[in-house]
Design a protein around this ligand. Sequence first.
Ligand code: G3H
Ligand code: ZN
Length: 287
Amino acid sequence: MLVSAKQMMADAVKGKYAVGAFNINNLEWTKAILLTAQENNSPVMLGVSEGAGKYMGGFKTVVGMVKGMIEELNITVPVSVHLDHGSYEGAKKAMEAGFTSVMFDGSKYGIDENVEKTKEIIAIAEAQGITVEAEVGAIGGEEDGVVGTGEMADPQECKMIADLGVTMLAAGIGNIHGKYPANWTGLNFDILAKIKELTGDMPLVLHGGTGIPVDMIKEAISLGVAKINVNTECQLSFTAAVRKYIEDGKDLEGKGYDPRKLLAPGFEAIKATVKEKMEIFGSIDKA
Ligand code: G3H
Ligand code: ZN
């Protein structure tokens, strides 16, 4: 069932769990995530970066693929197709193409410009029942060409953006895209607690979900995180599984070179990673 993120976010805040937003890159990724959500009776969000959207042919192709799979694979759990780290123009294009949720990442702007642009995106989205995620502070590292400074979010600025009527709010609290460096000092729970205090029941979003220790994930959820983004971890597990298939020489046996066979271990690896995350996030049986 293709929906916006509104109800699933409200339910997650109330139930004190988080919905996983897993980035997709192609058919295998999309199918693996949708089937895992259905098998585990979990709501799910499919994150689409602008780069991945382009790679898959464009936003309309993505929406067509997701809609087709939801129908033909009988996916009845709530699914949002969500633009990840969208630009202002990208968010508008994604909405036109049928995305049910968009992130407008205005973190590279000063707070006043972030507020203005977020407001404009909300006005367009609201009229169509599309949900909006905004960002304050910045996520460290790089994802698909989007580079973040890692600047810690200012809780007052978070309140300003939350008060605009966004559906969910991403805040930089020491989280980083990609693998965490060995000297990473962890998430800043004092800031997260302050943001929660000022924004009430606003669903908070934790980006950079790859490699965050389970106890930190649980603490973040207890402080209002209702959506957790995971990208790199699926890429790592997919690639390791496909690498093993080739290193074991399976591509040289029989019709092992058939792409459907070659990519099957990667597909299964994504399913296992997504299931593990859903268990940690507490979203299983919450559809
Ligand atoms: O927006 C997507 C993410 O924040 C994913 O981060 O690649 O570190 O899991 P990750
Ligand atoms: Zn992110």
